[in-house]
Design a protein around this ligand. Sequence first.
Ligand SMILES: [Zn+2]
Length: 441
Amino acid sequence: MDAGRREIVDGGLYAVDGFIKQVDATAELPTTADEVIDLTGHVVLPGLINTHHHFYQTLTRAVPGAQDAGLFDWLTTLYPIWARMTSEHIRVSTQVALAELALSGCTTAFDHLYLFPNDSTLDDEIEAAAAVGPRLMASRGSMSLGESDGGLPPDSVVEDDQAILADTQRLIEAYHDPSPGPMVQVVVAPCSPFSVTPDLMSESAALARATGTRLHTHLAETLDEEAFCQDMFGKRAVQHAEDLDWAGDDVWFAHGVYIDDSEIERMAIDGTGVAHCPTSNMRLASGIAPVRKFLAAGVPVGLGVDGSASNDGSHLLGEARQAMLLARLDAAPNQSDGALMTARQALEIATLGGAAVLGRSDIGSLEVGRAADFISIDLDQLGYAGAQADPVAAAVFSAPATVSNNYVHGQAVVSGGMLVRIEQEPLIEHHNKLAQSLLDT
Ligand SMILES: [Zn+2]
């Protein structure tokens, strides 16, 4: 994913203190190092970047009442269940989601946490994430437009605008690291037009710009939302966002399914990005995002597994495959017709695209000066049998595999297909007990 999109046979990379110093044929690299990893027979790729997720939703996968619903019914079924969460739920679900992401090739994850019931805070997520290994961009999300004011969420899960802004400021001061190669950054992220007051949207934009942080929200996800914006604000979602100062290269929206050609043009000019979440869009029957139009216009596009109650997984390599396949369906003769998305384009969205959407020039490619975030896939696995002619394409075309290695900042997070820093079995057991407790109450 360097400027020349090089693919190096018998290649390797050399890193010092978490940053790449050389990417070349193995024969050209230094012959000694503190740690030498022999990845003969593997394809090595830049670490994948997840640009939209809700870690806590791993606790509510495949909940019976929410399995076959569209977005608004799905949300109103789940809000009361989520309202029972405590800090323990946030901590354990964060580790489960990040473990699954790491094993599927993710080295940097953005998470959109927008409700803080009982004793939970964003500190819980940030502290718990450090035990797993991928870089975290954590959001102080929020909901402030409850049912009694015409919003979708019950009043019990919304907060006061001023309390939200004060806590966001506190978290930025405590955790946001603006230096290259940071492990933690903080994002300002009100939830969606149907759960946040316009005042909070514009004040959030002002806070983000005053603190040099980024802005994220759900936007133009479903037709329900489009109707809500017309009824409540008298305009389309993108216009609503723009009027509240939500446009620019420090802004990215989750989904962007219902965005028309003139809006795409404005987003391209402003540099406003999109987190494309193909599985979630299919799962909730939201629609097909105009990704091929975004790419043609120059709108930054990254990949998001979303969920994990609308996916219901956090497999990022699998999501790259979904993005490619859905774009192909969209290109069918009886749809919008056109060229097929290639495996390499899907990988580019999952790496460089994600880095652009997150405003990061330190990750997303294997080149000198970038962070040593890389993954390897063992091509001797069953699923790659017969796909050796093009290992890069096989990584996307073949059924999504667990990565063999995942290194973040030059340090192992996954080795030999196993998590290095955290024990998987007790984590799953703990998580399942907590998930059951939410449904029992
Ligand atoms: Zn979402």
